[in-house]
Ligand binder design. Sequence first.
Ligand SMILES: C[S@@+](CC[C@H](N)C(=O)[O-])C[C@H]1O[C@@H](n2cnc3c(N)ncnc32)[C@H](O)[C@@H]1O
Length: 151
Amino acid sequence: MSLAPFVSSSEKVVYEMLKLAELKAGELLYDLGSGDGRILIIAAKDFGARAIGIELNESLVKRTIDKIRELNLEDKIKVIHGDFMNVDISDANVVTLYLTERGNEIVKPKLEKELKSGTRVVSHNYEIRGWKPIRIKEVEWRRIYLYEVKK
Ligand SMILES: C[S@@+](CC[C@H](N)C(=O)[O-])C[C@H]1O[C@@H](n2cnc3c(N)ncnc32)[C@H](O)[C@@H]1O
C-alpha cells in the first residue's frame, strides 16, 4: 500500500538528515520508500555506510539500480522492489523516512516492534506523533525530526 507520493528530498536536506543521525561508516541505513535512491547513494558514497532501500515503484527501483551500477556502489547498496511494511528492518542502525503524517502513523508500530534500542530514526517534514524527538532541525524551511529508539 502506498503511504506517500514520490517527491525527492533535496540533496541539502539529505546531508542534514544523515548528519543529524550521526550516520557512521559501516552502519546500516534503511530508507523506507527510497524514491530515486538519493539517500542510499549519499549514505554510501559520502558517509561510508551500507544502505538498503525499499520502494514500491518499479521504475524508481530501476533508476536506482542504474545509478548504483554507474557509481560502482553495488557492494554497499541494495534496493528491494516491494512494500516496506513486509520487510524486516530489525538490523537497522538508522532509518530514514519522508512519508506523510498518516504514513508515519501506520509505520510507527512496525518501528516500535522491530527496531533495537539505540537505532536513530530521521523523518523529513513529518513528525512521528507520540514520539519525543531528541532534535529538530530546520533546513530550507522544512523540519527534520531525529528520534532514538529506547527499549
Ligand atoms: C516522498 S518520497 C521520498 C523518497 C526518498 N526517501 C527521498 O527522501 O528522496 C516517498 C516514496 O515512498 C514510496 N512508498 C510509499 N509507500 C511505500 C511502501 N509501502 N513501500 C515502499 N515504498 C513506498 C513512494 O513510492 C515514494 O517513492
